[in-house]
Ligand binder design. Structure first.
Ligand SMILES: [Zn+2]
Length: 347
């Protein structure tokens, strides 16, 4: 069956629980897309024009419905003043916390995304993608690290986890989370102004594998919710991405109000669907190691299973559970995109 909607219409319908012609497909492919340009990944991730070109090249090759635009998991951290190392075989990494105690939060300033590097480059990439294909393809321009993740980078992961574990300075923990929320929110507004159709945050540190469900609810949750509320009031759609098995926090995760939840392969699809049905759109959750190391048939089998469970009643976007590895073979990406056309048609 041939498509009867544009990618943009398909995603729009899906997010609003209306019937699309078929399950839409997203690629979380900044790494393989950068690698495919033949340029050093470090160069692509620091240059908005190169990054936009990499995403366009990948879109022309695969024809997916949603583009996730980002340059890794250190963008907001760098804009806030952290040192970041750009590498040629993987995403950039932030290091060296910039505060030595929680009381220093009061001195931190929220960066202006239009001038702070590399946010300004990602805004440039958003404008280019919007101009080139924004009338037909959905562009999710990622606001990068959410409150929990950015706080962990600014304070240092171990230190921040100990702050939370001891819980001696809850007001200051909330002050840091609130600062990080304001950084991501201001950036999110700028991404939408530059042509993004939606935006997203990554909160891997908020997942049950690293943070207990009780601490998730006590600390990052209210800041994620505040971010959703502020964006929603302005008509902006936010995706929330938490890695690992999110079933232990599934109801709180849904209650953030984020219109899209990005779930990975460790999350039980039946339970996630039962809880999310009619409340939020699920995006995922194909195992990225199958995408990197499996055969196209393995990918197709995994996609078919995901569509069977998550596809009914709409509200589902097929995609990888997390960021695809740089060496994901083209044939496997084609298998992912084609599976939605083969198995995801709504009658
Ligand atoms: Zn992830």
């Amino acid at each position: 069956m041939t498509d009867t909607m544009t990618s943009l219409e398909r995603i729009e319908a899906t997010i609003h629980f209306r019937k699309p012609d078929r399950v839409p497909v997203d690629l979380h492919n900044f790494q393989p897309a950068a690698r495919a340009t033949g340029l050093p990944m470090s160069e692509v991730f620091q240059n908005g024009e190169l990054l936009a070109e990499a995403m366009l090249q990948a879109w022309r090759k695969f024809g997916h419905d949603m583009i996730l635009l980002e340059n890794g998991t250190a963008c907001n951290a760098q804009a806030c003043g952290l040192k970041v190392t750009y590498r040629d075989d993987m995403a950039p990494a932030a290091h060296d916390p910039i505060i030595k105690s929680l009381s220093e939060v009061a001195d931190l300033e929220v960066p202006d995304p239009y001038t702070a590097f590399p946010m300004n480059e990602i805004l440039k990439a958003t404008r280019i993608l919007s101009k080139e294909i924004g009338d037909k393809v959905w562009i999710c321009a990622r606001a990068d690290q959410g409150p929990m993740d950015l706080s962990g980078q600014i304070r240092g992961l171990n230190e921040f986890m100990m702050d939370i574990g001891y819980g001696e300075e809850p007001e200051l923990i909330h002050a840091l989370l609130d600062y990080s929320r304001r950084v991501a929110t201001r950036y999110a507004f700028a991404l939408i102004e530059c042509g993004g159709h939606s935006t997203s945050i990554g909160e891997p540190l908020g997942g049950p594998e690293l943070l207990s469900p009780r601490h998730y609810k006590e600390y990052p949750w209210r800041h994620e919710k505040a971010m959703v509320d502020e964006l929603k009031a302005a008509g902006i759609i936010l995706h929330n991405h938490i890695c690992g098995n999110t079933i232990p926090i599934i109801d709180d995760f849904i209650a953030t109000g984020a219109q899209v939840l990005e779930i990975d392969h460790k999350t039980d699809m039946h339970i996630a669907k039962a809880h999310a049905r009619g409340k939020t759109t699920l995006l995922g959750n194909i195992d990225t190691s199958i995408l990197t190391y499996g055969t196209p048939q393995d990918v197709e089998d995994a996609c078919r299973a995901a569509i069977d469970i998550l596809g009914p009643d709409y509200g589902f976007i097929l995609g990888p559970g997390c960021a695809m590895g740089p060496e994901t073979p083209d044939d496997n990406i084609h298998a992912l995109v084609e599976s939605a056309k083969k198995y995801g048609v709504y009658r």
